[in-house]
Design a protein around this ligand. Structure first.
Ligand SMILES: [Cu+2]
Length: 66
């Protein structure tokens, strides 16, 4: 499980954009987003750096949380 803080994710449209970006990298990824907390949890076999890059390419700023 990888968790990112994504503070520039502000509405349902952002949630769907981030979800699509991660699923575009890994179609089997589980994406769980808490919009109010601006947290994105990802269960994926892909490395955290690749998941972060996909979110960044979609226009957001992911900060990895431990
Ligand atoms: Cu939005």
């Amino acid at each position: 499980m990888i968790t990112f803080q994504v503070n520039d994710m502000t509405c349902g449209h952002c949630v769907s954009t981030v979800t699509k970006a991660v699923k575009g990298l890994d179609a089997t990824a589980q994406v769980d987003i808490d919009l109010a907390a601006h947290k994105v949890k990802v269960e994926s076999a892909r490395p955290a750096g690749e998941v972060a890059a996909a979110i960044r390419e979609a226009g957001f700023t992911p900060e990895p949380l431990a």
